[in-house]
Design a protein around this ligand. Structure first.
Ligand code: PEP
Length: 252
């Protein structure tokens, strides 16, 4: 089994002005300087430049929350991979459930965004996960299999090292409800199985797959103790330096 470095990434969503970004990161940087895992913050576009300046030379890596698939052009309101790269962005969230639910993101557009990110040297954090109704009707595995296959369509094996998958059951995001560690591990094993089917066992063993959905300092240790869980994508608990730092300290 390949050893995988866990990655905890904060997803700030539409939170943190530049002023708030400065306050949060100034408090966070000393608290996570000895983190045993990789740490990233995915900031809204307007705060990325400020965040880049503050975290230069620290443990914290820079991420964005979305990227368009075109190089440039008439796509009002969108941001290209080159624009993010220029700001020093390393990771970019692709296909978050809020994008899928509210902004018409589909498996096909997730795939296009992931490929555009990779083509410019950005590392996509590709989100998959089932809705509550899908879980209740027993469709969880089918949904994550479909989403994972869709996201990886046409992606070459040598790109896999630059991809992180986030398994985020939609009903657990921002709700305070967490998947049980066993359920999260089992679904992540299914996702890992898809990567294995597409690219082989070594690739599946090497793929980092996070859990996301109301992860916090209290439940992180139990989730991280599971063999398939390689970190977390963190919304609410990444918005306060102390909360995020405590969660990160729970990763061993
Ligand atoms: C997320 O937005 O990806 C997320 C997991 O949010 P929360 O931690 O607030 O559930």
């Amino acid at each position: 089994m390949a050893s995988r470095t866990p990655i905890i990434a904060g997803n700030w969503k539409m939170n943190n002005t530049i002023k708030e970004t400065k306050e949060l990161l100034t408090a966070l940087i000393p608290l996570v300087k000895d983190a045993k895992c990789e740490v990233a913050v995915c900031a809204p576009y307007t705060s990325i430049a400020a965040a880049a300046g503050l975290i230069a030379g620290t443990k914290i890596k820079l991420g964005a929350e979305n990227v368009h698939w075109a190089d440039k052009g008439a796509f009002t309101g969108e941001i290209s991979a080159d624009m993010l790269k220029e700001l020093g962005v390393e990771y970019v969230i692709v296909g978050h459930s809020e994008r899928r639910q509210y902004f018409g993101e589909t498996d096909a557009t997730v795939n296009k965004r992931a490929k555009a990110a990779l083509s410019r040297g950005l590392k996509p954090i590709i989100c998959v996960g089932e809705l509550l109704g899908e879980r209740e009707s027993g469709a969880t595995d089918d949904v994550v299999i479909r989403q994972t296959k869709g996201a990886f369509d046409g992606i070459a094996a040598d790109e896999l090292k630059n991809i992180v998958i986030a398994y985020e059951p939609v009903w657990a995001i921002g709700t305070g409800k967490t998947a049980t560690a066993d359920d999260a591990d089992a679904t992540i094993a299914v996702i890992r199985g898809v990567v294995g089917e597409l690219y082989g066992k070594d690739a599946a063993d090497a793929m980092r797959i996070q859990y996301g959905g109301s992860m916090n300092a209290k439940n992180v240790a139990e989730l991280m103790a599971k063999p398939n869980i390689d970190g977390g994508l963190i919304g609410g608990a990444s918005l306060k330096a102390e909360d995020f730092a405590k969660l990160i300290a729970g990763v061993n």
